[in-house]
Design a protein around this ligand. Structure first.
Ligand SMILES: Cc1cc2nc3c(=O)[nH]c(=O)nc-3n(C[C@H](O)[C@H](O)[C@H](O)COP(=O)(O)OP(=O)(O)OC[C@H]3O[C@@H](n4cnc5c(N)ncnc54)[C@H](O)[C@@H]3O)c2cc1C
Ligand SMILES: C[S@@+](CC[C@H](N)C(=O)[O-])C[C@H]1O[C@@H](n2cnc3c(N)ncnc32)[C@H](O)[C@@H]1O
Length: 650
């Protein structure tokens, strides 16, 4: 779906106005005043959130974000505020950052929050964007898209709702029974709602969806408004996932590489204690030890599942890495831009058409012809292609080291990480409500109510997912800086080459399933050099493969090429219930209580690790996930069991 940003227009009274919907964005009397009276007071906030750990507000229609800014300000001012306030909103026509700046200039009392929001405001591309503020105390998850599609794809537990579409007669789809029912589906028992409208259809629709409605005095010149409480008179078929209650906030994580370090950092930031177990003598000595890695989005004409997932993960990764840096932890990385070059002119023309159709902003991706591309790169590529200005390279070892340092500091007196380097987990054992990581000599390395497998292809040896995974050998070659001294950005296509980092350019990479040689081979270097020849024809034959250094790693790959992120299946129980599972949905597939995985990250470990850590921690904490339910299902480790059940072969 192409996202059309909203235009900044004011009506005669100076109130922000939408010509498309012929309605004002908020009361003519005051935007912040309406936010406080209708939405905060209408939901009995702040008192309802007092002393909670997690509190989730869901809003329909983000608009200028006045409700969000006012709610955040109230959270800041409240000594009894929740540890984590999640604000989840949806917007079909977002304003641009400049548009928000013009609009927010009218609300001086919200300047501080507005500046912070605008500094993180996402590119206007479809899907969910997650923005963290105040060290993660406040998180805005905003979905750019149509509420009709987005709301049914939310899988979360809401404490309060702000219903703030335009007036029902101007914006009927925002108040349709389908939308109202999808809100009820995610409402916790007793969840409250508030809206400025008292339209009969809305009142009745909400009543039919299970809310008990009440009229209260409205704001400004409006006599009345509505509030509601979710009190269904029937048993809920698919109740929202509750907030898990763990006996202790302790987890063990197997693998201290890209996935494991990201998970440990996110967990300890929420006050968890983590035992991080790694069979190597130090972190980042396996695949992630590859010297430098590349990160960039994925684009497809039909915006397929992979493209949507990678977009979400790409922005999540960048935002996490920036946050680590802002907290004073060093990471060696550069957003120098990435050119994904076409294989030939026909493909380049198709790529240009695709971007025209998708209408992405240039800050996300743009088509650049060969000549323009050579100005970005410093060399002329064989073809033009897609330019991702925010893509670049990162040294995984520096990221992992900073994540582990952040985890060591933790948040709270009992939080932090204990590393167990040089210890290999031979098996996992469940005793009562505890997972134990057992070494080959039978000793218990660590135990905790939560275990996260972040150990790549070895994860399935500890807990089966009902599907064997494959390993692909990859070799990179190291080119001395002199080979490509002017290269300024990453060039990808069939292979990739990076600007020199610490005196050498990484050129990659091979992709072989039937090869387990752990050492770089001459054949691998030759294959990489021929990739370079296709990427930058003018630089071919400048180096002798016999003189090159390099490295080899093994990528863990699932048959559908998507990562495995989420709770691991309980295959025994699934087998016992196989008949009833044949028509089931993902949440119905039995899972192993407290056992999670982030593995099979394939060729995109950098961005999948960031998304994976966020998903796992959201599940563990009962917070809203950072992505839509169809995307979560696509990477759920239980998907193979579900497929087998659907085919009657479980
Ligand atoms: C040649 C090549 C180039 C690549 N380039 C890129 C790139 O440019 N960008 C990108 O995003 N990705 C790239 N990748 C992919 C990326 O390296 C992987 O996706 C990523 O390393 C996976 O991270 P991980 O943490 O899941 O697994 P790993 O990095 O493999 O780490 C798993 C860890 O678990 C430990 N472990 C395993 N079993 C046990 C056990 N039983 N007990 C204790 N510890 C255990 C291992 O020692 C290891 O440290 C590349 C891969 C290769 C091979
Ligand atoms: C009254 S404004 C919201 C004001 C906002 N809550 C604030 O605090 O500034 C209504 C918003 O709903 C959005 N909207 C209308 N129809 C929509 C739909 N189908 N899906 C998502 N957003 C929609 C509009 O673009 C508009 O921004």
């Amino acid at each position: 779906m192409r996202i059309q940003p909203a235009a900044v227009v004011f009506d005669a009274s100076g109130t922000p106005f939408s010509p498309a919907y012929r309605d004002v964005y908020h009361s003519m009397d005051s935007g912040p005043g309406q936010a406080r009276h209708v939405f905060l007071d209408g939901n009995d906030l702040p008192s309802r959130w007092a002393h909670t750990r997690v509190f989730t507000v869901v809003e329909t229609g983000f608009g200028l974000g006045v409700n969000f800014l006012a709610t955040w300000k109230a959270w800041r001012a409240d000594a009894a505020r929740p540890k984590r306030l999640h604000f989840v909103s949806v917007e079909k026509h977002p304003f641009t950052r400049d548009g928000l700046a013009r609009l927010h200039a009218r609300y001086p009392e919200l300047t501080r929050e507005s500046e912070a929001l605008r500094s993180r405001w996402p590119e206007i591309v479809p899907g969910m964007h997650r923005l963290d503020f105040d060290a993660g105390g406040v998180t805005l998850t905003i979905a750019f898209g149509d509420a009709i599609k987005v709301l049914p794809a939310l899988r979360l537990a809401a404490d309060a709702f702000y219903l703030d579409g335009f007036a029902p007669d101007r914006n009927p789809e925002m108040w349709s029974p389908r939308v109202l029912k999808s809100l009820a589906r995610i409402a916790l028992p007793g969840a409250t709602l508030a809206t400025y409208t008292v339209a009969r259809g809305v009142r009745e629709g909400l009543g039919a969806a299970g809310f008990e409605m009440e009229k209260r005095p409205g704001f400004g010149r409006k006599r009345d408004m509505l509030t509601g409480r979710y009190m269904p008179k029937w048993r809920m078929g698919h109740a929202p996932p509750g907030r898990p209650a763990w006996p202790e906030r302790r987890a063990l994580v197997v693998g201290a590489s890209l996935a494991g370090a990201a998970v440990a950092e996110r967990l300890t930031s929420r006050g968890w204690h983590v035992d991080l177990i790694e069979r190597q003598p130090a972190h980042a000595t396996d695949t992630s030890a590859l010297n430098v890695g590349v990160f960039h989005p994925h684009i497809s004409a039909d915006d397929c599942i992979l493209s949507r997932l990678a977009r979400n993960a790409f922005f999540r990764a960048i935002s996490r890495w920036q946050a680590l840096e802002e907290s004073g932890l060093p990471i060696s990385w550069q957003r120098c831009g990435v050119l994904q070059s076409a294989a030939d002119t026909a493909q380049e023309a198709a790529m240009a058409r695709t971007l025209d159709m998708l209408g992405y902003p240039a800050g996300y991706a743009a088509h650049v012809p060969k000549l323009a591309a050579s100005r970005y790169l410093g060399y002329e590529p064989a073809q033009g292609g897609w330019w991702y200005p925010q893509g670049g390279w990162i040294r995984p070892a520096t990221l992992i080291a900073s994540q582990i340092r952040a985890a060591t500091a933790g948040v709270g007196p009992t939080a932090g990480v204990r590393t167990h380097f040089g210890r290999s987990v031979a098996s996992l054992r469940r005793t009562g409500k505890t997972w134990q990581a057992i070494a080959s000599d039978g000793t218990i390395i660590a135990e905790a109510p939560v275990a996260v497998l972040a150990n790549s292809s070895d994860a399935v040896a500890l807990a089966s997912v009902g599907q064997p995974l494959k390993c692909s050998r990859g070799q990179v070659s190291y080119l001395p800086r002199e080979v490509l001294p002017e290269l300024r950005a990453v060039l990808t296509g069939n292979g990739y080459v990076l600007p020199a980092v610490n005196g050498m350019s990484v050129l990659g990479s091979t992709y072989d399933f039937e090869d387990d040689d752990p050492l770089p081979s001459m054949r691998g270097h030759e294959a990489n050099l021929s990739r370079l020849a296709r990427l930058i024809p003018s630089r071919h034959a400048r180096c002798d493969p016999g003189t090159l250094g390099g490295a080899v790693g093994f990528r863990c790959v699932a048959p559908d090429r998507l990562p495995l992120i989420g709770e691991l299946p309980d295959l025994d129980e699934a087998h016992d219930r196989r008949l009833e599972l044949s028509g089931a949905h993902m949440p119905d597939v039995p899972r192993q209580e407290g056992l999670f995985g982030v593995f099979a990250l394939g060729s995109r470990g950098l961005i999948w690790a960031a998304l994976g850590a966020e998903i796992i921690v959201s599940r563990i904490e009962g917070e809203p996930p950072p992505l839509e339910s169809d995307l979560a299902d696509a990477i759920d480790p239980r998907r193979f069991a579900l497929r087998l059940a659907r085919h009657g072969t479980l």
